[in-house]
Write a protein that binds this ligand. Structure first.
Ligand SMILES: [Mg+2]
Length: 278
């Protein structure tokens, strides 16, 4: 195993690394205590665009970990930050398929959100949107899909918060945001720009927030095709934990590999305590 002594910043996935659903993964409090003791900076970065940073802060607080909201980067926030660097938010309207985690960062940065095209009543919104953002939305409806399609076909820029094809639930594996994006892509002939992992945009934003260089930054995740592939595309090292989606079997079949494989955050904590010398 290579040394972990060069690590100054970590970009850490949450679901499958820090918790399963509402259940903390063992070693959570000691892991964050160790990062603080060793002065390792971190950003918690998730493809999930449904919750806001504040909602993640309170989720962690319930598990006994106190962090500030500026350490959380969701794909919803990453999308709003990305768009605010491309266009003037005050002059830009956005139609969103998504809930708080996608809409709130856009509103906070000054974008105007447009409403639904009511297909059944044939009511047009005041003005078409300049941009369509699509993220996880459990209240997804025919009218929302129609509004997104009409706007994209009329020339709106098409953005996906993340392209996860599947979503693990207590019932089994169901459709992820990528499946909805695929439907909109077929309906419009337009490919979305995707912000979340494995595209490098969110990892690059996280590095800017950390103020670390690629060679001193490491991504931690449980999913090969998002967390690990994203790290490879961004040019940073990665640790894959085995407490989430991807298994050792998946690793054997994969064309690309993480820099390190560790059982869980307890193993990472141990490695950092033993080998980290900063
Ligand atoms: Mg995960």
């Amino acid at each position: 195993m290579q040394s972990v002594t060069h690590i100054r910043g970590l970009i850490i996935d949450m679901d499958g690394v820090l918790w399963h659903g509402t259940e903390a993964i063992p070693g959570l409090i000691d892991f964050f205590q160790t990062l603080n003791d060793l002065d390792i900076r971190y950003i918690l970065a998730t493809n999930n665009a449904s919750l806001t940073p504040a909602q993640y802060v309170s989720k962690l607080a319930k598990m006994g970990v106190s962090i500030s909201a500026d350490k959380i980067l969701t794909s919803g926030l990453a999308t709003a930050l990305y768009l605010s660097q491309k266009v003037n938010p005050k002059a830009t309207s956005v139609f969103v398929i998504g809930i708080d985690g996608a809409t709130q960062p856009l509103l906070e940065l000054g974008f105007t959100l447009t409403g639904l095209y009511e297909v059944k009543n044939d009511q047009h919104p005041d003005k078409g949107a300049d941009i369509v953002v699509c993220g996880k939305d459990e209240t997804l409806s025919w009218d929302k899909l129609a509004t997104a399609t009409l706007n994209i076909r009329a020339g709106a820029q098409f953005i996906g918060t993340n392209g996860d094809t599947t979503l693990p639930t207590e019932h089994g594996v169901t459709h992820g945001n990528g499946a909805i994006l695929a439907g909109l892509e077929i309906a419009t002939g337009i490919k979305p720009t995707i912000i979340g992992k494995p595209e490098p945009i969110m990892y690059q934003q996280a590095m800017t927030l950390l103020g670390t260089k690629p060679e001193e930054t490491v991504a931690i995740g449980d999913r090969l095709e998002t967390d690990i592939l994203g790290a490879i595309r961004t040019g940073i090292d990665s640790i894959m934990v085995l407490t989430g989606i991807s298994s050792e079997e998946d690793l054997k079949k994969s064309d690309y590999q993480p820099t390190w494989v560790m059982q869980d955050i307890i193993a990472i904590t141990k490695a950092l305590k033993e080998k980290h010398t900063l």
